[in-house]
Design a protein around this ligand. Structure first.
Ligand SMILES: [Fe+2]
Ligand SMILES: [Fe+2]
Length: 287
């Protein structure tokens, strides 16, 4: 199989089993180098995009298994979109450096692992994927994915970056409620997402003009109404961005960024759950 054929399979075949087909270890030589920009993924009827708004449960309500299941369903949807969009990028950017394309394949494989982790755990909570409407927030950004750099700025630095905050927040809250199994899943995913942000940074940084400013360059790659707000959780954990190798001035600028949504979230839960007091890591007991 060629990488492009594999990417088309992930994008166009509709079942979860298809979306979970792992990348091959060996690829046939690519012969097609024209950029293909698919407008939407193929999906079975149960997994179609929906515009219905679904509220995600409040952190204080995660003592209930059903609410944990709803939250995981929401995260699983992000993983599915990530699988599809990294496949999209393989087709859209055939000229990307080989290291970047190999990174996309590795990322796809890890997103597939994340999706499986969520699917299995959700079923323990009585929820199956597609039981609840699926938003398509990542797919809505297609218009911004003009170049490899803007794709990385939106997908990796922004969405996957924000996920570093959220994975920590949820790992800490699940653990607070005594659900260590789900908390560990969040930490496993956190560790992979650190690598994903790192990969995205590599693609982004190679496009920064000499002596250019990382933050200004990032701003030049994203388009309003998408703003840097998307690149962080409602609680920002700068230490997680250092782990991903983000430039310290960039980490600071992202922390300083404010808009009309800043401060709207009730941060009582920050106090209640002790969120952000420490960063949970894999193998934390032996470090
Ligand atoms: Fe993921
Ligand atoms: Fe990721």
């Amino acid at each position: 199989m060629k990488v492009s054929e594999y990417a088309k399979h992930l994008l166009l075949a509709g079942s979860l089993e298809d979306k979970l087909l792992p990348p091959s270890r060996q690829w046939e030589e690519e012969t097609e180098f024209t950029s293909i920009r698919m407008e939407a993924p193929g999906r079975s009827p149960k997994f179609q995009f929906s515009d219905k708004k679904v509220k995600i449960p409040r952190l204080e309500h995660l003592n209930l298994q059903s609410n944990r299941g709803l939250s995981l369903h929401h995260f699983a949807n992000h993983e599915l979109m990530a699988i599809e969009l990294f496949a999209w990028a393989l087709l859209a950017f055939p000229d990307a450096p080989r290291s970047v394309r190999n990174g996309f394949l590795k990322t796809i494989e890890e997103e597939q692992t994340h999706l499986k982790l969520y699917l299995n755990r959700m079923r323990d909570f009585g929820i199956d994927f597609g039981d609840i409407p699926l938003n398509y927030i990542f797919w809505k950004q297609l218009g911004q994915f003009k170049t490899l750099e803007s794709f990385s700025a939106v997908m990796s630095i922004s969405f996957e970056g924000a996920n570093l905050d959220y994975a920590q927040i949820y790992a800490q809250v699940f653990s607070y409620f005594g659900d260590h199994l789900t908390s560990d899943i969040m930490i496993t995913i956190f560790e992979d997402e650190v690598k994903h942000v790192k990969r995205g940074l590599r693609a982004f940084e190679r496009s920064i003009p000499e002596n250019g400013n990382h933050w200004d360059h990032y701003l030049s790659l994203i388009q309003f109404p998408f703003t840097p707000r998307r690149a962080k959780g409602y609680l920002y954990l700068p230490e997680t961005r250092s782990l991903a190798g983000m430039n310290s001035a960039f980490i600071q600028s992202l922390g300083d960024y404010q808009d009309e949504y800043t401060g709207r979230v009730n941060l009582e839960s920050v106090k209640k759950f002790g969120l952000g007091e420490r960063i949970l890591r894999k193998n934390r007991l032996d470090s």
